[in-house]
Design a protein around this ligand. Structure first.
Ligand SMILES: Cc1cc2nc3c(=O)[nH]c(=O)nc-3n(C[C@H](O)[C@H](O)[C@H](O)COP(=O)(O)O)c2cc1C
Length: 201
């Protein structure tokens, strides 16, 4: 089949993010200007540069107490920093709990029963039990087409890795099993890893 988004797909559910999958999940911790903490997953997320390391995520849609976006976006606008926590299979339920459409006053660390640890380069907490975390300072917010769609670009200023995930000097994802987002309500885990050297010119 083929469809143009403006005329509709005619399917029971939008296939768009099932096509663009699997996606990594950036589990983003932030604080507001008063220091209240927030945590939520974003799968419109990726690494976008090595030097200096940079990441992006996109906030889509708004909520009743945040007409321009969500708590994560608003907090980053207030403080200029955020932390991307990596989600292991073991943390899947806590991640899902943190994704609810809660009021701005809700601290999802507490709600999901998660231990926090202080970031080292930014004034923010990270998920203590996450296998890795990227501490970021805001570079730019880009408004996207449509209503309440915005892309946030950050520079990574500090990187935490759980020592238990280091294996002979490599960050070994088989030590924690990353969770990936698919379409619909689906997730995947990575259980097969193989290497494929690139051609030399
Ligand atoms: C796995 C997963 C991925 C998500 N990815 C996104 C995303 O990329 N962009 C977005 O705006 N919302 C995304 N959401 C929904 C947000 O997590 C949800 O709206 C949440 O309430 C936002 O919290 P906040 O207001 O504290 O930032 C995702 C939800 C889940 C469960």
């Amino acid at each position: 089949m083929f469809y143009r988004p403006e005329t509709g797909h005619g399917l029971p559910h939008n296939p768009f993010n099932a096509i663009v999958s699997p996606r990594p999940i950036g589990w983003i911790s932030t604080r507001d200007a008063a220091g209240a903490e927030n945590l939520a997953p974003y799968s419109f997320f990726n690494a976008i540069a090595y030097e200096p390391p940079q990441v992006m995520f996109a906030s889509t849609d708004s909520k009743p107490d945040r007409p321009r976006g969500k708590d994560t976006l608003a907090n980053i606008e207030e403080t200029g920093v955020f932390c991307i926590n990596i989600v292991s299979y073991a943390l899947r339920d806590a991640m899902n709990t943190s994704s609810g459409r809660y009021g701005r006053e809700v601290d999802e660390f507490a709600l999901a029963g998660l231990e926090r640890a202080p970031c080292q380069t930014i004034a923010c907490s990270r998920v203590a039990t996450a296998p890795a975390a990227l501490e970021c300072r805001l570079v730019k917010i880009v408004d996207l087409l449509g209503v309440a769609n915005a892309m946030v670009i950050g520079e990574v200023t500090g990187i935490y890795m759980d020592d238990a995930c280091l294996n002979e000097g490599r960050f070994d994802i088989t030590r924690f099993t990353p969770l990936a987002r698919m379409g619909y309500q689906d997730y995947a885990t990575i259980d097969t890893v193989f290497a494929m050297p690139r051609p030399t010119s």
